[in-house]
Write a protein that binds this ligand. Sequence first.
Ligand SMILES: Cc1cc2nc3c(=O)[nH]c(=O)nc-3n(C[C@H](O)[C@H](O)[C@H](O)COP(=O)(O)OP(=O)(O)OC[C@H]3O[C@@H](n4cnc5c(N)ncnc54)[C@H](O)[C@@H]3O)c2cc1C
Length: 493
Amino acid sequence: MGADNGEADADVIVIGAGPGGICTAIQLRQAGIDDVLVLERSSGVGGTWFNNRYPGLACDVSTDLYSFSFFLDHEWVRPFATRAEIVEYMEAAVDRFGVRDTIRLDTHVVSARWDDDAGRWNLVDAGGGRWTARVLVGAVGMFNEFVPPAIPGLDTFAGPVTHTAEWPDDELGFLVGRRVSVIGTAASATQVVPAIAPHAGHLSVFQRTSNWVFPKEHGLYTEQQRRDRREDRSVIEAGRAKAARELDDLFADLDNEAKTAEQSAVALGNLEAVRDPAIREALRPTARLGAQRPLLSSEFYDAFNRADVTLVTSPIVEVTPTAVRTADGVDHPTDHIVLATGYLAHKFLSVVDVAGRDGVALRDKWADGAYAYLGMTVEDFPNLFMLYGPNTNGGSIIDKLETQTRYIVGKTTYLLKNDVHALEVRPEIVTGYNAQLQADIGAVRAWQVEGSRYYRAPSGRVVTQCPYTVVEYDRMTRVDDLDAYAVTFAEPS
Ligand SMILES: Cc1cc2nc3c(=O)[nH]c(=O)nc-3n(C[C@H](O)[C@H](O)[C@H](O)COP(=O)(O)OP(=O)(O)OC[C@H]3O[C@@H](n4cnc5c(N)ncnc54)[C@H](O)[C@@H]3O)c2cc1C
């Protein structure tokens, strides 16, 4: 590694220190690859869980499963961890597995260019720092970009407008006694609404599409449970296996009518918490189960039993300096707008200006929607891999990240040990993989109907979802596929 005063050369550079980037650094080190740098734009590690700070943010996957398979003995205090507890876990992983020295915080990578003569990636960060690497791993996650919704007049609003992704550190004080409008009723809204309702003077919640909301176990482990988990590892293993089965079941076989009827009944039972029949009807999900991301909360519906919470279903037409105006002509007086409107989930690594062979831009290549081979690598971009890339969403994300890390570490080890100049997936392999993938996606009826918009690129292609179970996907990445790549070796010097 060269001198590291904001610039350095490394064998491998990873962009992003979320769960994926941390896992990659650990697995690379364990494979004996020491010359690794992780560049992270934020001032801490943990990715999603470090960057998002809205009240109520917690994991909807049991922590037994939302843990690295190689770090299961962390002492979790509850079955579904809060954001702060996951950051603590990621911090602990960084120290336990000795990768803190690889991480450079406050380093926002703005561009990455492939130099075919040198066989290296050249990176530039927002401060003008320059970095080079033989192998580049994009671990920027799927949910790092958002834009305010295109609501006429939003920019004329006199009070503060806060996107959930920009929330100042779990803060609640500034909402006390205020009239707050929450726009959106999907994933972040199901968490933020019950968390802020007791503090706001009045809460208006604007719903465009109702969602499937399943009950979620909450509360802390008892002392006895914590002791059992500490003393008997099989308790955690069993919890992990159960959570994996349940999650796979939720995402797999979406067209099985009997199964979805059974699952729907569970979510509709949760909805029964709403006492007012008209509000209950308005919150009743209408999209086919599976068309949207299933949500988990045992507190969201109950929030609508409060006299100071109003559900608004008339579409928003504009925002005035003092109110949110809906199509029925009603002005909803507002002091503070909260945007729970989600992320641009279709951009993946193209949030960075990446240029591959002959200067081809990743953004241009993906103009019709992102795609990749196994969700990890694209033709014309040698020695480049992605985690949580196109069509890898679904099931246990930590398991997926581990699967991808294993694959990428395998290819990186081959590349470095054999003095490979460029390892580049063959175009026909990428085309063939994606033709099959899109056919498999096309066969999932639940994804063809009007539902969650975030699955699709603006072109309409489903780019986020993986039609394969975690186990199937893992199997696909374990075949010896070196012949899927064109390999050129470094000239002897
Ligand atoms: C609000 C929210 C709630 C979620 N809840 C759940 C849940 O309950 N269960 C679940 O399974 N998943 C959940 N997810 C998905 C979650 O993102 C993944 O589970 C997991 O965090 C993915 O890890 P990652 O490392 O791939 O990406 P991330 O965690 O997104 O980490 C990516 C990192 O890359 C950094 N980065 C991005 N661009 C650059 C750049 N140009 N230069 C340098 N660094 C950069 C980011 O700052 C970030 O630290 C949630 C996501 C969000 C946004």
